[in-house]
Design a protein around this ligand. Sequence first.
Ligand code: ADP
Ligand code: GN1
Ligand code: MG
Length: 380
Amino acid sequence: MSYNISEIVSSFCIEGNVAAITAYGSGHINDTFHVKNADPGLPGYLLQRVNHKVFENVPALMGNVQLVTEHLKKKLAQIPGANPAKEVLTIVGTKDQQCFFCDPAGNYWRMFCFLADTKNYDMVLTEQQAYEGGKAFGKFQLLLSDLDAGLLYETIPGFHNIAMRLDRLNNAVSADPKNRIKDVLTELSFVIERAGSMVAIMNLGKEGKLPLRIIHNDTKFNNILLDMNDRAQCVIDLDTVMPGYVAYDFGDAIRTIINTAAEDEKDVTKIDLNIPLFKAYAEGYFEYAGSFLSETEVKSLSMGVLLIPYMQGVRFLTDYIEGDVYYKTHFPEHNLQRTRAQFELLSKLERNYDVLDQIIYNAAKKYVQITTEIKQWHLQ
Ligand code: ADP
Ligand code: GN1
Ligand code: MG
């Protein structure tokens, strides 16, 4: 990929002069750069090349980001003590007043104000961080609960539709373009054994028992910026903010929080569950989300905890079979290693399902009126 990054930066309305532009972050989809200001008194910037193979309509995606950030800022402005400039992403426009820049090669670029004095973590280290993570995503959903979901463009159709994800895997298996099926027979059996039970959330939605809400859809823990005291400051990575079921966000956050090892851990014996972090996240989450969740939504959360690592494994496996065309990979079998790590995590989550469910029940009942006892708690 060739582009002149300084020229791209100069298309945006920035204050001061650029001291340095460096690659930044560990995302799997977009390319991110930190634009450091030569004047220490002036802010820095965060420049991103949006992956337009993954996001086919970047102008519409940026329309979503604009809508969501403006709504969040408006809501926060009504809360005493809140600081919208620090707690919500701020888009930096181009010199011709657009919210993105398209370069001559057809790459799409956008810029945000760089939120200084923040940290983010690929892995959670403390209960306080997990608790803050729960509060951040609970508050995010709460603040967006009065935005009209119909205004949002679907940036990736069927993003968390497990039936579609399984169809795509099926097609990849039939095509087997890289002759890799012979290496993944164990993983494919693992997928097939669980396929029937994983449609539960979708079915509840179709039956009208779960509402579609505006959710984040990529609640990896590293999509939260924490301040230097480890308090949640800002939810970032808004490309997939779309209607969905709250269990998807809960499950995706837990997928990254509860795992004692990295998402792509090679040595699967290192993958275990950190249950205190799960409890801390759930408690933080209900502090905000407890005010709007229905009993059925609360019950669906533990299903999301199984579904999302399953779906993530299916997605990594599909990409491995298709020849690593979607996620950035750092070595030839990276997607396969990621798949195996997700499925090991899922196996552990399945074995501990009742314990996790009980924790959700205990955390929720302080906030949500729950009419069934834990022994009848599981959804049919
Ligand atoms: P990706 O979709 O590739 O994950 P993100 O939007 O999550 O991209 O950004 C990648 C990384 O850049 C984040 O993990 C975070 O470390 C950093 N980042 C993103 N936005 C900001 C910001 N406004 N201020 C400071 N750091 C940011
Ligand atoms: C991607 O962009 P990033 O790294 O935050 C992916 C998520 C996956 C995640 C797995 C648009 O997220 O859905 O859960 O990798 N984003 C997209 O780490 O596919
Ligand atoms: Mg990210």
